[in-house]
Write a protein that binds this ligand. Structure first.
Ligand SMILES: *[C@@H]1O[C@H](CO)[C@@H](O)[C@H](O)[C@H]1NC(C)=O
Ligand SMILES: *[C@@H]1O[C@H](CO)[C@@H](O)[C@H](O)[C@H]1NC(C)=O
Ligand SMILES: *[C@@H]1O[C@H](CO)[C@@H](O)[C@H](O)[C@H]1NC(C)=O
Ligand SMILES: *[C@@H]1O[C@H](CO)[C@@H](O)[C@H](O)[C@H]1NC(C)=O
Ligand SMILES: *[C@@H]1O[C@H](CO)[C@@H](O)[C@H](O)[C@H]1NC(C)=O
Ligand SMILES: *[C@@H]1O[C@H](CO)[C@@H](O)[C@H](O)[C@H]1NC(C)=O
Length: 415
């Protein structure tokens, strides 16, 4: 039986994957300056930066080709100032084996190697299908990758009930969630200036390589990533830097995720600032982010904001869930400001239905409330199966709209 046997395969990565991994621009794009500016030399931008304006030149996006160059520029800026540069996948070789539900991933770079394990859970066989062999070889089910730990509560049942397989792994095996550089990633790249959000996103990419090699039951045109809080930031990073991911579901992701660096609404509770996250969790980001503090310039100098992180996922699909009173994650900013601004970009690209938001209301609005996993299913079912839904994923209530945060929305290019 396939499930009990062990299959071993190797993937030698192709140079063509490099562009997808690090966001290299096409030759037609203007070259970026090197080195990029120090954070304290970047201009203050008080409202959400215009996603259609190049940061490193004076021009504005006018067509699709320009947008691709702008995306490449943004991917560079996001790596430079937020998560750090992801490794060059062209230098990596991925080996994998499958034993039962375990997928062992080994990544080699020159004479170094890293090994970690993920596991896969398949959805139940449909009742009208009594042939077990078919159920594992012919169904080609979508898959969602969920970063987490053995301890962090997640609810994978809604995905399985939707007919989607779930792959899980413990992020600590890859990069321990601490200032200590312990974990398999650091065996490969001991000195790299990269935050753990980038490290864990890299792990999701390498798991996807492995799944492609040893799990033929999956449909690789329908691949999602999901996670809450720090694992939601990870899901967003993973989707931005790997075009194979077609759906991102960051839940309660906050700062360094969907939470904006600009626009806090704190009448009822404080929200996390850049200096909070870079002091307590500085190892989640590149050290460049630490320079955007209240002395050298503050977060209004960050040359992008969360709506642009979201827009980098387009034309693929993204939905995020926020707890209404989960103040630390800046829910009003994440919902009204970031969704409103990102929707303008998705609309301009003709894919306005691929971006959505969900607000969990009291009393069910705790940080990482498990109900979120069920509540995002209608969007997942629409994206993966075309299932119609009556749920409105642009309902931002009780928050008001904040179009003042994105004044450039009155001048949108025809893409
Ligand atoms: C799967 O991996 C887990 C932890 O990595 C291990 O405890 C378990 O024994 C493995 N199962 C099989 C069938 O190899
Ligand atoms: C799969 O991995 C996750 C995360 O490491 C773990 O919590 C879960 O128990 C594992 N499931 C199985 C069936 O081994
Ligand atoms: C791994 O991180 C945890 C906190 O997430 C910490 O308690 C533990 O000491 C770390 N382990 C090592 C070896 O640094
Ligand atoms: C967050 O940073 C601010 C300074 O901007 C500080 O006043 C506040 O105490 C910090 N909050 C926490 C929980 O560390
Ligand atoms: C950050 O910059 C803005 C814009 O100049 C300014 O209004 C605000 O006071 C600054 N905040 C801090 C904490 O320095
Ligand atoms: C900057 O913020 C830190 C705490 O995050 C605080 O200790 C320090 O006094 C602040 N400095 C200025 C110049 O506001």
């Amino acid at each position: 039986m396939l499930f009990l046997s062990s299959v071993s395969l190797v993937l030698v990565s192709l140079p063509v994957l490099l562009g997808a991994a690090v966001g290299a621009a096409s030759p037609a794009c203007a070259p970026l300056p090197t080195p990029l500016s120090q954070p304290s030399d970047l201009p203050i931008i008080s409202h959400l930066p215009d996603p259609f304006s190049f940061r490193l030149s004076d021009s504005r996006v006018e067509d699709r080709a320009d947008w691709e160059c702008r995306r490449a520029e943004l991917k560079t800026l996001v790596q430079e100032y937020l998560w750090g540069y992801l490794p060059d996948h062209a230098q990596e070789v991925v080996h994998t084996s499958r034993t039962g539900s375990n997928i062992t991933v080994t990544v080699s770079v020159a004479d170094r190697s890293a090994t970690f394990v993920a596991n896969i859970t398949f959805p139940p066989t449909p009742e009208d299908d009594d042939n077990e062999l078919d159920s594992t070889s012919d169904r080609h089910v979508p898959v969602v990758i969920s970063a987490g730990t053995y301890l962090a509560p997640v609810n994978i049942t809604p995905f399985l009930e939707s007919g989607v397989a779930v792959v899980q792994f413990d992020v600590n095996d890859v990069g321990n969630d601490s200032w200590t550089r312990v974990g398999e990633f650091w065996e490969l790249y001991p000195d790299r200036n990269i935050g753990l959000m980038g490290v864990w996103a890299w792990a999701e990419h390498r798991i996807l390589d492995a799944l492609e090699l040893v799990v033929p039951e999956l449909d690789f045109s329908r691949v999602g990533v999901v996670g809450c809080s720090r694992y939601g930031k990870t899901a967003l990073a993973a989707a931005i830097f790997d075009e194979r991911i077609t759906l991102a579901l960051p839940l309660s992701s906050g700062a360094e995720g969907i939470g904006p660096w600009r626009y806090y609404y704190e009448s009822q509770g404080v929200a996390e600032k850049i200096e909070n996250i870079t002091t307590k969790y500085g190892y989640w980001s590149t050290t460049e982010l630490w320079k955007f503090d209240n002395v050298t310039g503050n977060s209004t100098r960050v040359p992008f904001d969360a709506h642009e992180l979201v827009s980098l996922v387009a034309p693929r699909a993204i939905l995020w869930d926020e707890g209404q009173e989960d103040w630390w994650t800046n829910p009003e900013g994440s919902v009204s400001v970031v969704f409103g601004a990102a929707k303008v970009v998705f609309d301009a690209l003709g894919v306005g239905d691929r971006v959505g938001v969900h607000v969990r209301h009291p009393p069910d609005d705790l940080h990482c409330g498990l109900a979120a996993y069920s509540l995002v299913q209608p969007f997942l079912q629409k994206t993966f199966f075309g299932t119609p839904t009556t749920v409105s994923f642009d309902d931002i209530s009780p928050f008001p709209p904040h179009p003042e945060a994105y004044p450039w929305s009155t001048d949108v290019p025809q893409l």
